[in-house]
Each structure stands twice: as structure tokens, then as C-alpha cells.
Design a protein around this ligand. Structure first.
Ligand SMILES: *Cc1c(COP(=O)(O)O)cnc(C)c1O
Length: 429
């Protein structure tokens, strides 16, 4: 296996693109080596420019839940293309996708489409502020909600009240209304409310997916929601990753909790740029043109993207692959754990339906601090060995792996073989 053409494109790309990528995780910085350039993908497989073929467990970081280029999606999009690309006026497809989404999320009466998860969340937060008339928001350490200023925050020492900018270019003023709490720790949320009566909302990934997969323990979400009701603050579920992943609808539903505002992205566009935020009528009433909260978009509800979303969700509903996800997810989990045992490697696997990932540690992982105990050096060796054995993984310890409904037994065999080789390599470190 060689990566010569990828290397060549990488060098070429460095001239006019920043790091030769348009999103930093694609640069492979945390696993070392040069990034792969992709030529094409079909079904469960993705092919790089050197014609190396991999079973794809990245799936564009979640959207390609049916696998690549599903024929129904391809057909739906090609049909839409014939009618034009963008009109700056409404189309029937927006109403169709809105109905599919609202039917799947009982707490959503209305939805507004945007172009990305980042945009969905920044609008959802504006909406929470508009509705409550309060300014502050609480986020959990390790949760990612897109790259808007107010959410690129780092905790001060020991989850102090003061948040710090989490990126260069984010002014202190932009994060002064963002408070940080610890995932799975209700007390850390309550502490903020004791000091402050200006908190509009708490935003959470109902299943953590951006610090590796982290699962809410016991009744954490339920208790959080009940507590917020006593404080007249809203719960915002960032389901950009989890929406339609583990059931047709939201993870919040599976976990027995109902958020006030829900943000979506990834799967709802099926590989095209679609984000959305939605809530019950009383809340959505605030959004222009019905209310005074401004939010707009030249390409929002784009007809091609809507067609991609409609075809993806319609096919997904028909396939109802969630039991299959549970089985295959369980199978991959077992493969990882058995292999770790065989080669005496410390390993924890966290999984929720079709999202999972291994952590190279022996401590349980229920929050960001614990996730940090994972040995990222071991992950890097594991990652490259998986690549060399035909499995494309996210190039970071802290990204979830995703399953598609296209996965077959022969793909699992490839994964199993690769895991055996990769775990052996890790054990020799
Ligand atoms: C991916 C992601 C986002 C950001 O979505 P983009 O489309 O990349 O802007 C926000 N929240 C969560 C939970 C995500 O996984």
C-alpha cells in the first residue's frame, strides 16, 4: 500500500489551502503522517487517490448513514438538480423535509433549516436567549457545538466560574456569558445557578460524541431537565451528531428526556449541507418573521440539499436499521475488547447504537477529564495499522466511529482482521 498520490496532492494543496484542508481534523495532526485524499466512495467503501480501498467508519463524521451514494439519494438529488440550484424563494421540498423532521421529534412543532450544525447551534442559543430574556448559557467540558465564538471556550482551573477563550481570535467578551460544567455531574450545573440568575439555557450533546463517545449515567439528563424547569431555564439538545443515529428521531427520546430546543445537522442532509433547529410553537414564535429574533440564510433550505435530506430520511425510515446497528455495533465492540484481551492492551469501549470508539485506558470514561486519560500515542499506532489493513477511521482518539446501514458481514471480517493486526502492533509498543 502506498500513499504517493495523496502525498503529492497534500504538498500541492499546502500552497493555496490552509494545511491543505478545509477542516482541521482532516489534517491528521493528532495521528501524525500526511492526510489521505479521497477519490470516490460507494456503499461501505471509500477509495483514496492511490486506489487504496477502505471500509469507511468515518462516513463524513456521521452524515452518510446509508453508506455512500445510495441509489435513492443519488436519484432524488439528480432529479432536483434538473430544476435549478437555488431560488431565494420557498420550495415544496422544504415543507416535506420539515414534516419528516417534526414527525420524528415530538417536541418540535416547527423547524428552521440552516446550512450547518454550527449555524443550527448558534441560532438555537440565540432563540433560548430571545425566549427567556436571559443571557448566559452553560455548556459541558468536552462537548463540541460547532465553531461559533461563544462556544469555543476552555474551562478556567478546576471548572472555575470564569471561562477562557478556547481559540485564538475569540475575545474574552465573547465567552463571558458561557459557563462550563462537567458532563454527568449535576452538582456542577447547580453551582452555576446558585451564583447566577441570568442563565437562559444549558446545552448538551445527549450522547457525548466529540470527546470520544461518552454516555450519560443513570438519570443525569432527566434530573438535569427537571432541575432546569425549577430555574426557568431551557434545555438545548445538540443532536447534530445523534439525530437519527440511534433511532428515527432523537437520542433524547431514547434517554427519556425532552429538550426545549433541538439542534440537528449531519444525517438530516445525508451528505449535503443542512442544519436545523426546532422547538414547540411557543418558542419558535420568537423567530423572524413571526417574532423579533433575526436569523436568515441565502442558501438555507437549498433545494438540492433538501432533496438529499428527504431521500436519506425516507430511505432510513423504510430500512429502519436500528436493530441491525445495535447488533453490528455490539459485534465490533466485542471484536475490540476480545482483541485487547488477547494482546493484553488496556481498552475501554464506549458505544451507543451506531456510534462507538475505543479508549486506550483502563479507567471508565464518563466525562472529558477521564477521556483525557486515554493514551493517544497508542491510538496513533492503532489508527495507521487500521489504515494499512483497509479500515478508514477518524484520525483522532476523540472522534466517534460511525456505522452505516450498508455494512455487511464481509466488511465486519475486514474490520476484525485489521483490529487483530492493529492491537498486536499496540501491544508491542
Ligand atoms: C458536528 C457537530 C457540530 C457542528 O456541525 P458542523 O456541521 O460541523 O458545523 C455541532 N454539534 C455537534 C454535536 C456535532 O457533532
Amino acid at each position: 500500500m502506498t500513499f504517493k498520490k495523496s502525498e503529492k496532492l497534500y504538498k500541492k494543496g499546502l500552497k493555496n489551502l490552509v494545511g491543505a484542508v478545509n477542516s482541521p481534523v482532516r489534517a491528521f495532526s493528532s495521528v501524525g503522517g500526511n492526510p489521505l485524499f479521497i477519490k470516490k466512495a460507494k456503499g461501505t467503501k471509500i477509495t483514496d487517490v492511490d486506489n487504496n480501498e477502505y471500509v469507511d467508519l468515518v462516513l463524513s463524521y456521521g452524515p452518510m448513514i446509508l453508506g455512500h451514494r445510495h441509489k435513492k439519494v443519488q436519484k432524488g438529488v439528480e432529479k432536483a438538480l434538473k430544476n435549478g440550484y437555488s431560488f431565494g424563494a420557498s420550495t415544496e421540498n422544504e415543507i416535506k423535509l420539515a414534516k419528516i423532521v417534526c414527525d420524528a421529534f415530538p417536541e418540535m412543532d416547527k423547524v428552521r433549516f440552516v446550512n450547518s450544525g454550527t449555524e443550527a447551534v448558534l441560532s438555537g442559543i440565540r432563540l433560548a436567549r430571545a425566549f427567556t430574556g436571559k443571557d448566559k448559557i452553560i455548556k459541558f467540558a468536552g462537548c463540541y457545538h460547532g465553531h461559533q465564538d461563544a462556544l469555543l471556550v476552555a474551562a478556567g482551573s478546576g471548572l472555575a466560574t470564569l471561562s477562557l477563550p478556547g481559540s485564538k481570535g475569540v475575545p474574552e467578551g465573547a465567552v463571558k456569558n458561557t459557563l462550563i460544567a462537567e458532563y454527568n455531574n449535576l452538582e456542577s450545573v447547580k453551582k452555576h445557578f446558585e451564583d447566577d440568575d441570568n442563565i437562559a439555557a444549558v446545552i448538551i450533546e445527549p450522547i457525548g460524541g466529540n470527546m470520544g463517545v461518552v454516555i450519560p449515567q443513570n438519570d443525569f439528563l432527566k434530573e438535569l431537565k427537571e432541575y432546569l424547569e425549577t430555574k426557568n431555564a431551557l434545555l438545548i439538545a445538540d443532536e447534530v451528531m445523534t439525530g437519527f443515529r440511534s433511532k428515527f428521531g432523537g437520542a433524547q427520546d431514547l434517554l427519556g428526556v425532552t429538550a426545549d430546543i433541538t439542534c440537528l445537522g449531519k444525517v438530516i442532509g445525508g451528505g449535503f449541507p443542512v442544519g436545523a433547529y426546532g422547538a414547540r410553537n411557543e418558542i419558535m414564535q420568537e423567530v423572524a418573521p413571526l417574532g423579533g429574533m433575526y436569523q436568515a440564510g441565502t442558501l438555507s433550505g437549498n433545494p438540492i440539499a433538501m432533496a438529499g435530506g428527504i431521500a436519506t430520511l425516507t430511505e432510513l425510515k423504510k430500512q429502519n436499521p436500528y436493530q441491525k446497528f445495535e447488533e453490528i455495533g455490539g459485534e465490533i465492540e466485542t471484536i475490540l475488547l476480545d482483541s485487547a484481551k488477547k494482546y493484553n492492551v488496556d481498552l475501554i469501549v464506549n458505544r451507543f447504537g451506531s456510534m462507538l470508539n475505543p479508549f486506550f485506558t483502563n479507567s471508565e470514561i464518563t466525562n472529558f477529564e477521564q477521556a483525557q486519560t486515554s493514551d493517544t500515542g497508542k491510538f496513533s499506532v492503532f489508527f495507521w495499522e487500521m489504515i494499512k489493513n483497509g479500515v478508514f477511521l477518524p484520525p483522532s482518539q476523540f472522534e466517534a466511529w460511525f456505522l452505516s446501514s450498508a455494512l455487511k458481514e464481509k466488511d465486519i471480517k475486514i474490520i476484525k482482521k485489521a483490529v487483530d493486526k492493529a492491537m498486536l502492533a499496540v501491544s508491542k509498543m
